[in-house]
Design a protein around this ligand. Sequence first.
Ligand code: ATP
Ligand code: MN
Length: 253
Amino acid sequence: KVSKADNDLRKLLSEKRLKGDEDRRVGSEVFDRLTLETLYKLAKMGHINKLQGAISTGKEANVFKGIDDDGNFVAVKIYRVGTSDFKKMQYYIQGDPRFNVRTSNKRQLINTWVTKELRNLTRAQEVGVRVPRPIIAKNNVLVMEFIGDDIGNPAQLMRQSKISDPEYVANKILEYVKILYKDAKLVHGDLSGYNILIDDGEPVIIDISQGVMVDHPISRELLKRDIDNLYRDFKKMGLQISKDQIKSKIMDL
Ligand code: ATP
Ligand code: MN
């Protein structure tokens, strides 16, 4: 199914312009018309020249490797309107002072969600957290820096990679969580070895769409969950660090 999507898009995007109904029909077997139009627009703007393949097919989003007009790899995250958790999105967005969205329109919620991910990435980057550099958010599509090697192999998840210096990686992650909290006033909210990539031995935090500001009613609960997850992951990496130690490293001034 994914390689079909991929083929359709490669074909469609290589045209780099909106074509007639026939092409749209081909594409819409996998992506809905609005998603295709969004991809066309991003292609016209030069952000996506080709889509090369799926890096990941998740429950709510697919992530593709793409190439922009300058020949750089990009990561293209495409949210699927059909399988997203709108109740959750609505709840997270409503408590966020940055957004004044009182809608139950599903497309609008997803678009806001994608904007939220871009803004969280920007904010994280500004305070010095290593994340994929956000490039553009449009409707249900987010284009960002591709994390991986020069020839286009995506970086591995922390959870699935052999880490040569676990202590270094763990300390770096805790430093990131700390400056995210103290300087960016953000809590990631889904932090674990499944949302951290290891690039050349360096942790890179990804998937920050659900991240909330610290004054969001759910931020405490999310921070606790992030700490619990990191505790388990660090333990699996062979590190002996308690939850309290993790907490004090994060909260320590
Ligand atoms: P899922 O439903 O599978 O959890 P998700 O919505 O959590 O997907 P992400 O975690 O943002 O989406 O991305 C899914 C996967 O795509 C990641 O685990 C990672 O392997 C890959 N990925 C995401 N962003 C990038 C990137 N910028 N560079 C390279 N790979 C990426
Ligand atoms: Mn994820």
